[in-house]
Design a protein around this ligand. Structure first.
Ligand code: NAG
Ligand code: NAG
Ligand code: NAG
Ligand code: NAG
Length: 337
């Protein structure tokens, strides 16, 4: 009973400190990269992502959109998927033609590189928001806002001209609205439902420590590696006791080849201040069981070894005495009888 109580009490702080993952929005994003190298050479490639998972790819050389996950058609029937694909096939042809015409009209120099990011963010509770942004050489120039094309705030004058031309095309604006307002959120809801098991996948992180190149005389760079986790949100912090070390430096979360993630978190400390440092990892796959790794520097190890070296012979000695005493006592007790 007392043991149970103790367990409960010691378990409580961990329950309170539990790492809650907020209910997640899903963003479906299509990225299009188009390079117009000269008047006769161009290519367009597209990628589709649902959150951190790549779902689709469409190379310039292919007529069909490639599925990268078995559930990438979402809830669409084969017929509905073919219809959607045709819309994009027509779009790709007209995009190439229109851009080439516009470049000719504006007498703009090649090469021109265009990036388009379009899609929608769907709230599991039902609402959604769509977006379509166009950038040139990585700088935003144009976006679709509600019912109209709008130039980006810093866009050059030629973009304003293009925007006026685009806004005259009612047919295209209607298609864009229907794709953004209706098709995208419906498609994403279908994807979320069919891909549930992949999207809710949980992979536990592994963590290990190492030391990096010394940042300066008398200083050490402690490195905490966390790898193999999924999904992407993770909390990693260097701690001294219960104190978060605020100068912890967090790297970028990088992809592993097996669709899990890797993160490196470092701390620059004076060599004399390493006692009691640990790296703490919280992740949804771990529940309340945070990973805590203590920094055991050489001096700690040798102190441990010294204690071990003194303690073990001492214990053996005590045990030997005890056995000898016990046998002696028993035999002398027998002698008495
Ligand atoms: C266009 O660019 C491609 C690829 O760089 C090149 O092979 C081709 O000769 C160029 N064509 C013209 C007309 O400049
Ligand atoms: C890309 O596709 C277009 C249209 O299908 C084609 O005209 C063009 O030559 C292709 N570009 C390359 C580099 O293969
Ligand atoms: C989730 O998406 C909705 C609209 O789709 C948006 O209003 C809301 O701010 C988003 N929530 C988060 C946490 O991003
Ligand atoms: C699409 O959504 C925007 C708001 O995001 C709205 O202004 C517009 O009227 C909608 N268009 C259609 C056809 O539903």
């Amino acid at each position: 009973m007392e043991f149970l109580l103790l367990l409960l009490v010691s378990g409580l702080p961990q329950v309170w400190g539990r790492y809650e993952v907020p209910p997640e929005n899903f963003t479906f994003r299509v990225l299009q990269i188009s390079s117009f190298v000269n008047s006769s050479w161009m290519r367009t490639d597209c990628l589709g992502w649902l959150g951190e998972l790549q779902t689709h790819r469409w190379n310039n050389d292919s007529d069909t959109i490639l599925c990268l996950l078995p559930w990438c058609h979402g809830g669409l029937s084969e017929q509905q998927w073919q219809k959607l694909q045709r819309v994009f096939q027509v779009y790709r042809i007209s995009f190439k033609r229109d851009v080439q015409e516009i470049l000719k009209m504006l007498r703009k120099d090649y090469p021109v590189e265009l990036q388009i990011s379009a899609g929608c963010e769907v709230d599991p509770r039902g609402s959604s928001e769509s977006f379509l942004h166009i950038a040139s050489e990585g700088v935003d120039i144009l976006s679709f806002q509600g019912t109209l094309w709008e130039p980006a705030p810093e866009a050059p004058p030629w973009v304003h001209m293009v925007t006026r031309v685009l806004n005259l095309d009612e047919g295209t604006k209607e298609t864009v609205q229907s794709l953004l307002n209706d098709t995208c959120p419906q498609f994403v809801r279908g994807l979320i439902e069919v891909g549930k098991s992949d999207l809710e996948k949980q992979e536990k992180p592994k963590a290990w420590l190492s030391s990096g190149p010394s940042p300066g005389p008398g200083r050490l760079l402690l490195v905490c590696h966390v790898s193999g986790f999924y999904p992407k949100p993770v909390w990693v912090m260097w701690m001294r006791g219960k104190q978060e070390q605020l100068d912890t430096q967090r790297g970028d979360v990088l992809p592993n080849a097996d669709k899990t993630w890797y993160l490196r978190v470092t701390l620059d400390v004076a060599a004399s201040e390493m006692a009691g440092l640990s790296c703490r990892v919280k992740h949804s796959s771990l529940g309340d069981q945070d990973i805590v790794l203590y920094w055991a520097d050489e001096s700690h190890v040798s102190v441990g070894l010294i204690i071990l070296a003194v303690l073990v012979p001492l214990l053996l000695l005590v045990a030997g005495f005890y056995l000898w005493f016990k046998r002696h006592w028993t035999s002398s007790a027998q002698d008495v009888r």
